[in-house]
Design a protein around this ligand. Sequence first.
Ligand code: CAA
Length: 391
Amino acid sequence: MSTIEATGVSFALTDEQKALRELARAFAEKEIRPKEREYDEQMRHPADVIAKAHELGLMNLHVPEEYGGPGLSVFDGMLVGEELYWGCSGIGTSISANGLGSGPVIGFGSDEQKRKWLSPLVEEPILASFGLSEPGAGSDVASLKTTAVREGDEYVLNGSKTFITNAGYAAWATIFAKTDPRGGAKGMSCFVVPMDTPGVTIESHLDKMGQRSTDTSAFALQDVRVPADNLIGAEGDGFKIAMATLDATRPGTAIGAVGVAQAAFEHAKAYAVERVTFDVPIAMHQGVNFMIADMATEIEASRLLCWQAAWMLDEGYGRKATLYSSFAKRFAADTAMKVTTDAVQVFGGYGYIKEYPVEKLMRDAKLFQIYEGTSQIQRLVIAKELFLPKG
Ligand code: CAA
């Protein structure tokens, strides 16, 4: 039996929510789709599309109104996110990643920190990154090696970060570092680090298989000095800040996977009607139409899991939402991989050719099973929450 009490749940969107979704779909059709292939080929950072999304209010959705943002719910974010990623998940990730980068400040910053770091995000199209992963610490966050040592009114950071979305173009990043290197998860703290601080060096823009128009960078921190005021929360809070931020953002990534799967499904369904073999459209063959039936079913199930996790976060379920965020992320990511792989299969030989759209979608889908916690980490979280629930 589900652990949530589904009182007040409705699938009927308000007029405002429908308008928001239509705005995002129109933006994806007009501004994202025409550029997706070229930007993917050129591994191009979509600064122009980001600027337009910012102008239309499709970025920084969860920055509270008192700091100039739209203060939208996690659920509203589902409606925007699915459409942007339907347009192109590389560009969609570039637009949405500020949510993850600024998540620790939104969730745990003081009023002064929120004013200092969040308001500029709303005023201009600048980017914020989330500096958690390291060359030797991806899934095992507690083992990260970057250090932060207090010296007077400053902290001095040393270490390296990798696989960081938008880092090559970000104005600032939330950086996780050990203030007590022997303290494991409890020795970790979170800092806002402006990316132009002396000692921050972008080492490479990683050349990825998919979502190639999103910048994913590696950078070094060498004797990077930040004011002690840039500490988010208290010393030692870093691990819990990172986990709670990921709980809140994983449904947003999961709905991106739904957008990619939806795009692949639409292409496969249209092609199945148009393509004729053995004198009938291939949609008439059960081998094909069963694949398309499964795509539609699993996409809908993924969407509902995302909506449920978002609803729980909005309703203040707190730690209980951890389980549902991981349900959504695990299922939607794996569904996107399966749906896009099957879409290539429906297209046959053409599906494997770059000229057709499903080849890119299959490459793009793979990343959902890796970033913001692999599908295996989601299962680990789910198992922990089932056997040792903390909520
Ligand atoms: N909320 C609050 N607290 C939490 C929590 C949560 N969701 N999850 C765990 N905690 C607390 C635990 O209660 C525990 O606290 P106590 O000791 O007080 O009880 C403490 O944190 C340690 O928890 P665990 O023992 O469960 O920690 P662990 O070391 O076993 O690791 C993990 C847990 C789930 C594997 C975690 O390391 C994890 O999520 N790994 C995946 C990291 C990840 O998603 N990385 C993606 C990076 S971001 C990205 O990809 C975006 C980009 O820019 C590319």
